[in-house]
Structure formats: C-alpha cells, structure tokens
Design a protein around this ligand. Structure first.
Ligand code: SF4
Ligand code: SF4
Length: 116
C-alpha cells in the first residue's frame, strides 16, 4: 500500500519560534510587517532585522534567549503578516529533531484539502 501523505496542522504551541535560527524576511514581507506595526520601513529594519549570516537578505532578530523578537509567550504578535518561513513549518521545511519540539498534528493531505 502506498504511504499516505500527511499534513501537519499547527497547534500554536510557539515552540518553533523559540528555536534558535534565522527567520528570513522578503521585501514584500518587510513592507507588510512594517505596515502592520504602523512603522516606517526604515524604522522597522533598524529595530527588528539584521543581515543574514550568508549576507543574502535579512532575518528577524532574536531575543537574548534566542526566541523570535515577535514571540510573546506562545503568541506571534505579527501573526496576520508573519513570514512565509513561519507559515511553512514543519510542512515545507523543518530541522533535525523538529518532531521532538513541534506539537503539530499529522492529518492525511486529502482530509485537509476536502475541508477547504
Ligand atoms: S514571526 Fe511569529 S511565527 Fe515567525 S518565528 Fe517570529 S513569533 Fe514565530
Ligand atoms: S512548533 Fe509546531 S505546533 Fe508549535 S507553533 Fe510551531 S508549527 Fe505550530
């Protein structure tokens, strides 16, 4: 029998936002987040972003404890405009050991599509 394709439904536990690492932001995402926060783009860039380690684009900065600067408890304070990288986890990308921290529930892909 072919293996069933699974989609992991996020349970908003916030654990992936506490994982150290870059949260890449595109130009469109920068504009959207700055507008959401009511900040001029330049101010947003200065306050909340830095150059990626590979110098290709920008990442959101982290708090000293390595969680994302926009995490408040377990809530994302920019949820309506959060970057694609955040939306995609853990389905479009993930990191080694992600299943130990992520509380997303696996459901068959067909079930997700049928409910849309
Ligand atoms: S932007 Fe929001 S969803 Fe993305 S890592 Fe930060 S807190 Fe999490
Ligand atoms: S760790 Fe998994 S369940 Fe928790 S917020 Fe991130 S994607 Fe959602």
């Amino acid at each position: 029998m072919p293996k069933q394709k699974l989609f992991y439904q996020c349970q908003r536990c916030g654990n992936c936002c506490k994982w150290p690492g870059e949260v890449v932001v595109t130009n469109e995402e920068i504009d959207a987040i700055a507008a959401h926060l009511g900040l001029p783009v330049e101010t947003f860039l200065e306050r909340y972003t830095k150059l990626r380690a590979n110098r290709q684009g920008l990442t959101l900065i982290e708090k000293p404890n390595h969680e994302c600067i926009f995490l408040d408890g377990i809530d994302c304070t920019i949820n309506p405009v959060k970057p694609d990288q955040c939306r995609g986890f853990p389905n479009t990308w993930n990191f080694p050991g992600w299943q130990d921290v992520c509380e997303a529930i696996p459901v068959p892909v067909e079930q997700v599509q049928a409910s849309k």
